[in-house]
Design a protein around this ligand. Structure first.
Ligand code: ADP
Length: 366
């Protein structure tokens, strides 16, 4: 049975703002799901609806198969961690962590046992009697997690929980969070606008824009097989070629006419006749080599010719901007260990190819 299910969930605020439209999602027990999208796309609203802090306008929310759409937050088996942690500054660490258990009127011995255990687990025992506002950002983050987990929720909801931390601490806590989630096997639903965080931590990512779910996929598929134009532009670093005249292929592939020639690829979503189409390929999947006479043999997608407009090596990755003969400019990334890459310089003529199996075709518009 799914731990969490959203069935056509939507939210229209009183002022008429449609924050979320028709959100469908199934989350399996122990899954780590991230909501990713630009600010204002409806991530937090959705999380608050799951927690019960926000009424839903339409649809239903099920937790472990039970309809909780009208259940108050304290009666749902969820805990929420906020970006600013929402700790009580003048209460001790122990009191902060015990708070959720006190609300549940748990008897004192049982409560103290649970609090001790979780403080120990988060390395907070030595600070148990300190006031929460006398601790560092990383420690406060751990208190918030301990407070959320001590009540043993079915689902932990995290709203940009790492947003207040500096980059280093963020990385450390990201790792801890992932280990913790594996160890406890609790379902995590995590809101972030940081792509690396969503792709690095979660089993599946829900990409949202403007209140609409764009795609729900594993990080890998999101990267390699976008299903919408928005995802192609938002995730990773893709070269995108607009075209038309879509022709379906034999299996799940098809081809389109572009100013660069006919491009074949795998369908990321259903494409209708006469629809505008984008051919999308990750910058690092594009093949680049110094142009030679042999470069002209034409098999599969067209080989394009161009000139290196800019080149920068960052670590072991070469970043190139190429002016194509067609006038378009594209960005390409290539590992410097690939043959010939390190020798490529600004001004060199290059041949570029788009391996068919790496190209995805998506509708240009909804
Ligand atoms: P995100 O978490 O992705 O940044 P939010 O869920 O906070 O997005 O907001 C989604 C949309 O709903 C935005 O347009 C935001 O301005 C609007 N919104 C959020 N909270 C309220 C509210 N209480 N009243 C009216 N509009 C709101």
């Amino acid at each position: 049975m799914n731990d969490l299910e959203l069935l056509g969930v939507g939210k229209t605020y009183r002022d008429g703002t449609i924050a979320v439209a028709n959100f469908d999602l199934q989350v399996k027990p122990g899954e780590f799901v991230a909501f990713l999208g630009p600010s204002g796309c409806g991530k937090s609203t959705t999380l608050r609806m799951i927690a019960g802090f926000e009424d839903i306008t339409h649809g239903r929310i099920l937790i472990k198969g039970k309809d909780v759409s009208r259940t108050p937050p304290e009666a749902r088996p969820t805990s929420m961690i906020f970006q600013n942690y929402a700790l009580f500054p003048h209460m001790s660490v122990r009191e902060n962590v015990a708070f959720g258990l006190d609300i549940k009127r748990m008897d004192r011995r049982q409560r103290d046992n649970k609090v001790d255990r979780i403080l120990d687990m988060f390395g907070l025992s030595a600070y148990a009697d300190r006031k929460a506002n006398n601790l560092s950002g990383g420690q406060r983050q751990r208190i918030a997690l301990a407070r959320g987990l001590v009540v043993e929720p079915q689902i932990l909801l995290l709203d940009e929980p790492l947003g207040a931390l500096d980059a280093n601490l963020r990385r450390i806590i990201q790792n801890e969070l992932k280990l913790l989630q594996r160890e406890l096997g609790i379902t995590f639903v995590f809101v972030t606008h940081a792509q690396s965080e969503a792709l690095g931590l979660s089993d599946r990512v829900v990409v949202m824009s403007n209140g609409v779910v764009e795609q729900i996929s594993t990080p890998r598929d999101l990267y390699n097989r976008p299903s919408t134009a928005f995802v192609a532009q938002f995730i990773g670093s893709n070269a995108i070629f607009a075209g038309s005249g879509f022709k379906a292929g034999l299996g799940s592939d098809g081809s389109i006419e572009t100013p660069l020639g006919r491009i074949t690829g795998t369908l990321g979503a259903a494409i209708g006749d006469g629809q505008g189409v984008l051919a999308v390929i990750p910058a690092e999947a594009i093949q680049i080599e110094a142009e030679t006479a042999a470069s002209n043999d034409n098999s599969g997608n067209p080989r394009l010719s161009g000139e290196i407009a800019a080149r920068q090596i960052v670590g072991s990755i070469g970043h190139f901007r190429i002016n194509l003969s067609s006038g378009a400019q594209i960005a390409i990334e290539a590992h410097v260990n690939r043959p010939g890459i390190a020798a490529l310089e600004k001004g060199n003529r290059v041949a570029i190819s788009l391996p068919e199996e790496k190209v995805t075709l998506v509708p240009a518009a909804r």
